[in-house]
Ligand binder design. Structure first.
Ligand SMILES: [Zn+2]
Length: 362
């Protein structure tokens, strides 16, 4: 059993688990209340499988009878934190090692997602990458046959470097590929992910693009957890080309250390901004390193007590209704934006190894 991390979920977000938490913490004493708790036994089973099973099998024992409500209380505060995984820059982020195709990389990543019975993972595409690339088209077809797709602009345009009008054209130009790829699929492709997470360096641009997206039926695929995983993709391609096992091992450990630190940082940010944790949306990029590191990254999420959910479920959290609505330059995730707007001091955290990644296997 892995023990769920005790997260401070919001008692107000309306989920079953949190309703339970609310009930359990306030009203455990009376018989009537214990009956209420029994209705939530299936939820407890999910979060505290081993001790719960042990107690149920030994329920004749006085200790268990007395201890169960206490155990349930303890379990109630250990409700998993929800996170939706999303992948950007499809069909490919960064460089690939020589001889490795985009289709192969995609196939391996899809096999990992399927093997782990993951909820649907949105892939945000740049249709320009399909031009004159049969490999890119093959990779995207594989992805769209298995997972949903969303809009990431046609050519990965930076809103800070372009006008709102040019940006709107880029959103439009990505759509024919999205429509074709999802052809009749049950998934809604009208989800938009801002390239570079740049939502507008002027408030006019920010509002113009938000209004444009709204009018066209899009929802914004916000990001609330990010460790800039893309940094490792091209570095891995270089190291794999050199068959440099030692450097690849360093990439692996530095990736996981950074991921762990920035998962903790994101949660700390949410608590500082909202006073409690939220449902998260994690940004990843599909590239050379993805299929190598993804199993360990998913294990890390599990170890930290995250429960994987769909993007829709993650963004049903009220945290995603807010808009900082100010001009921001290269502000990062939604949480980073709020930290800046509310002038909240960052908790201590490690820096990402930018320089080392940039120079490795050169
Ligand atoms: Zn991107």
């Amino acid at each position: 059993m892995y023990r769920q991390r005790c997260g401070g979920s919001s008692p107000f977000d309306g989920t079953k688990e949190n309703s339970f938490l609310h009930l359990a913490s306030k009203r455990v004493r009376s018989t009537l209340e214990q009956r209420t708790l029994r209705r939530y036994e299936h939820l407890l089973f999910l979060t505290c499988e081993v001790p719960y099973t042990f107690c149920m099998k030994n329920s004749v024992g006085v200790i268990c009878r007395v201890g169960l409500p206490i155990l349930m209380l303890w379990c109630g505060v250990c409700v998993a934190q929800k996170v939706a995984i999303t992948m950007d820059d499809l069909p490919r982020n960064g460089e690939l090692p020589p001889g490795v195709t985009q289709a192969e990389t995609t196939k391996k990543v899809l096999a990992i997602l399927k093997g782990r019975h993951m909820p649907p993972v949105y892939g945000f595409i740049n249709a320009q990458k399909l031009e004159r690339s049969e490999d890119g088209a093959a990779a995207l077809k594989l992805w769209a046959a298995a997972e949903p797709v969303g809009n990431h602009t046609y050519a990965h345009m930076d809103l800070e470097q372009n006008t709102a009008e040019a940006y709107e054209r880029e959103i439009d130009e990505d759509e024919p590929a999205l429509e074709l790829l999802s052809g009749g699929a049950k998934h809604n492709w009208r989800w938009f992910r801002y390239p570079y997470l740049h939502e507008g360096d002027t408030v006019e641009k920010r509002r113009a693009i938000r209004a444009y997206l709204r009018a066209r039926g899009y929802r914004i695929a916000q990001v609330t957890l990010d460790w800039e995983d893309y940094l490792w993709n091209t570095a891995y391609a270089r190291c794999a080309a050199k068959n440099d096992a030692k450097s690849i091992e360093w990439l692996r450990s530095s990736y996981l250390n950074t991921a762990s630190a920035f998962l903790d940082l994101g949660r700390a940010q949410a608590k500082l901004i909202y006073g409690h944790e939220i449902n998260y949306v994690l940004l990843m990029h599909l590239g050379a390193f993805s299929s190598t590191i993804l199993p360990e990254a998913l294990d890390l999420l599990k170890k930290k007590g995250f429960k994987l959910v769909t993007l829709e479920e993650a963004e049903s959290d009220a945290a995603y209704e807010g808009d900082p609505d100010v001009d921001l330059h290269d502000a990062g995730t939604l949480l980073d934006q709020w930290m800046q707007v509310k002038q909240i001091k960052y908790p201590e955290h490690v820096e990402k190894p930018y320089k080392e990644i940039e120079s490795v296997c050169r």
